[in-house]
Design a protein around this ligand. Structure first.
Ligand SMILES: Nc1ncnc2c1ncn2[C@@H]1O[C@H](COP(=O)(O)OP(=O)(O)OP(=O)(O)O)[C@@H](O)[C@H]1O
Ligand SMILES: C[C@H](N)[C@H](N)CCCCCC(=O)O
Ligand SMILES: [Mg+2]
Length: 274
């Protein structure tokens, strides 16, 4: 049984929360469908489609719905989920700055209670809600509230997306330390190469070794699991539906082969693993 929800944060903005979340959503949905099809075949029943995963981007800034560069657009097309883009993002602001500032610039300051109510309503629906924050854990969100406060209020465990290269150990351990001090559960870290610029550079021996060394230090000095290391695999913002489907095929195969997915399942339930 997939967890009820997971809050995806990062060590910074631009580390790959959207790209990794979209790929995870696509993969977890597919695994859910495959599991259901196998169970229904065994029981001689026709397979029925179900939303095993849903996406929520509470606030996106530096974006507009429908723009291929918007997180909501990339989450929708990168995941292939049967959702509407407008249902993925609750608040969209043009200014490419922290949500608190972008919302004020738009004359529409964010109301924390409304964000919490929105999240609780979404968590009532079936499936695992993957919530993408904006930037890192301490990004200003609403008056006196930061992204971490929303995760805490919704009692969601964290998945941390971090860079693979030099500097990521400190950034990741700072994020883990703050999360735990704030009483948040950290499920693990995914190191994601959002910087190499090409698959070849991403797979150079020195880059691969650096990522592995950083993963080892994060695990050893942070007492936190690194669930996987993902290489450079660029999206194409001009892709059509077929292009997105092809990218999704490659990216979910990479995630399935590189990332431990056990933390996404709530084994306490011991219910049928979807
Ligand atoms: N593994 C990767 N391979 C290639 N490009 C990547 C990878 N991960 C991220 N990118 C690219 O890096 C840029 C930043 O990634 P992304 O938008 O997912 O970051 P983010 O953490 O969601 O940022 P924000 O804080 O704005 O939400 C995007 O252009 C994205 O396509
Ligand atoms: C505009 C960007 N893409 C994100 N949506 C917002 C990032 C806010 C970062 C704030 C900060 O940590 O300085
Ligand atoms: Mg994003």
């Amino acid at each position: 049984m997939l967890r009820e929800g997971i809050f995806i944060t990062g060590t910074d903005t631009g580390v790959g929360k959207t790209q990794v979340t979209a790929g995870l959503a696509a993969l977890l949905q597919r695994l859910g469908e495959q599991g259901a099809a196998q169970r229904e075949a065994a029981q001689g029943e026709a397979a029925h489609s179900e939303a095993y995963v849903r996406l929520w981007k509470p606030v996106q800034s530096g974006a507009a719905l429908g723009l291929p560069t918007a997180d909501s657009y990339r989450l929708l097309h990168g995941s292939g989920l049967a959702m509407r883009e407008a249902d993925i993002a609750s608040h969209t602001f043009a200014a490419p700055v922290a949500p608190w500032l972008a919302a004020r610039a738009a004359g529409a300051p964010l109301q924390f209670r409304d964000l919490v109510a929105d999240g609780k309503r979404r968590l009532q629906q079936s499936g695992c809600l993957l919530v993408e924050g904006a930037g890192g854990l301490l990004v200003p969100l609403a008056e006196g509230k930061r992204m971490a406060d929303l995760a805490a209020e919704l009692s969601l465990p964290l998945l941390i997306i971090a860079r693979t290269g030099l500097g990521t150990v400190n950034h990741t351990l700072l994020t883990v330390a703050y999360a735990r001090q704030a009483g948040l559960e950290v499920l693990g870290v995914i190191l994601n190469d959002s910087q190499s610029g090409s698959f070849e550079l991403s797979r150079l021996p020195e880059a691969v070794q650096m990522a592995k060394d950083n993963a080892q230090m994060i695990e050893q000095f942070g007492d936190v699991p690194v669930l996987g290391i993902l290489p450079w695999m660029a999206e194409d913002e001009h892709a059509d539906a077929a292009g997105w489907a092809a990218w999704r095929e490659q990216w979910t195969a990479e995630i399935e082969s590189s990332v431990h997915l056990n933390v996404f399942y709530d084994l306490k339930n011991r219910r049928q693993r979807q």
